[in-house]
Design a protein around this ligand. Sequence first.
Ligand code: NAD
Length: 253
Amino acid sequence: MSDGLRRLEDRAALVTGAASGIGRATCERIAAEGARVACVDRDGDAAEALAKELVERGTDAIALACDVSSEDQVDRAVDAAVEHLGGLHILVNSAGILHFTHTHEETLERWNRILAVNLTGTFLVCRAALPHLQKDGGSIVNVSSTAALRAHAWAAAYSASKGGVQALTVELAIEYGRQGVRTNCVCPGGITTPMHDSFELPEGADPKLLQRIMPFDRMRGPEDCAGVIAFLASDDAAHVNGEFVRVDGAMCT
Ligand code: NAD
């Protein structure tokens, strides 16, 4: 619920992972706050359906099918977004994948894929967007995870990728802060989305280890994360740069 807030009027935003979960809720929230939105996802049909809904609600929105691990697809999607929206002020990197397995059984192929989407994908979209974000000043919000803060068993590739996203976030904050581009990240935990609700533990996994990564109060929906992302994207967070904001119901406290 944006409660009538219109902090993002005249801003153009690109959101990856837009078709589902936190990315989708973010598109809805920032559109409600006045932003024009490019909905980027590898699932082009679902992104298209979301963009259509946003247009029906009066938002200038476009859907772009793109695998964020592909350099060519990312460069094309960012160019198309900038052309359609007339610039770029906000970037939210929410595209991500998760797989649980015993680390001694992890395949190099799956390790590489998780790193390629979660970390390299975030880098590729930031790289393509930064020249545009620097023109009028901008805000990047990366979606990391509590997995970068508190050890998750059976998620070595995922945790490493999200730790990388945090390191990339502070690196960009320092490198581009003086050029008017702030970079922050959220660290969600316990947000009910298709990713969260469909994960499977590997055979023999001890469920007691899962208690370490349960929220202290209760599970929350993706809109609770989207509100924090909208704040970080807005001028209300003008002096917030290089920050990690946990959205985890005190899981990591
Ligand atoms: P989700 O599965 O609902 O949404 C992920 C979206 O990313 C999907 O629309 C999917 O199609 C898209 N995507 C996946 N690979 C892609 C690729 N290569 N290129 C483009 N799009 C791609 O999951 P979610 O829970 O909304 O996750 C969003 C982000 O939040 C992820 O980065 C995830 O790691 C992070 N996260 C979620 C939680 C949680 O509790 N749900 C916790 C910590 C971190």
